[in-house]
Design a protein around this ligand. Sequence first.
Ligand SMILES: *Cc1c(COP(=O)(O)O)cnc(C)c1O
Length: 357
Amino acid sequence: MSKPLRLRSEMAQLPTYKAGKKAAPVDGLTAFKLSSNENPMDPLPGVLDVIAQAATEVHRYPDPLVTELTNALAQRHNVRPECVATGTGSVGVCQQIVQAVAGAGDEIIFAWRSFEAYPIIATIAGATSVQIPLNANNGHDLQAMATAINDRTRLIFVCTPNNPTGTTVSQSEFDHFMKSVPQDVLVVVDEAYVEFNRDESALDGLASMHKYPNVGVLRTFSKAYGLAALRIGFFIGPEEIADAVRKTAVPFGVSNIAQAAAVASLELEDELMKRVDSIVATREWFEQELRSIGIDVPNSQANFVWLGLGERTEAFAAECAAHAVAVRPFSGEGVRITIGEREPLERVLQILKSFQR
Ligand SMILES: *Cc1c(COP(=O)(O)O)cnc(C)c1O
């Protein structure tokens, strides 16, 4: 009998990645995917042409330092280029950060439920996840997160707006929290959905990065900017961390196509914000509709809404699928629904009305 191949023991704990599903076709209905927080709109004007142009260079390795985008981001956010590091999506950057700061025996603190990738990335690094349950309002329990800090803590993720609940951490809560964080522990503010935030009192990651020597920010071109397939995200923060992120990167991971599309998109911020405004308007309409039929949802500052359906989660997701709408169920907890077009949301509202009884 052959022996099984030997893998690291951590591999047994890792779930197989479950991406948001596409809706299966249903007769007579347009299918919609509301399961991955994607932007349903086309790339910004001219960006497809830039992509086509960049594609003529694919026989060459791209710039390993992603210089043009790094400089553009530094300029846009008023920081030195040394403080900026890019990667293959902000998930890629997140992994690069974890690889740089945490290994076996080290702890990474984050809220739970929050972004699916955190525990996976921690496990791959051999580090230990310390998951702090969300509070009764589906927000970060920063008090409990502060209490969890010890000598083994290397990194704390603060996801705001939080995926999948859409809640934000306020600046004042964060400032209070930072009093409990030792200066040699890195705090990464994951702002994947920051463009959709309309809460003025919410934590401003970049301002906080200037205020504290141990705070950095993660951002992405995948959500508001609509470049999810190109895999491009970035970190802005302490120079030694940005430097470490460059060291832990997969060489040439960011393609010239991704870089060119990101640079072009950055120049179209006004156009982008118009689109984001329309998504925010749809979110506000949808939340109001939900409340009008008696469904309480946390106030979302992202491009999705969280329905804490508990035990009815899977049944509701199945009902949506039967109407050609893919939502994102978290079994036994709730459903995350991406905001984009109105048509599928109208359908979801109809389903909820009968599902209620
Ligand atoms: C989607 C998401 C990301 C980033 O995804 P990339 O496509 O890898 O840039 C990061 N953090 C959170 C919380 C997200 O929801």
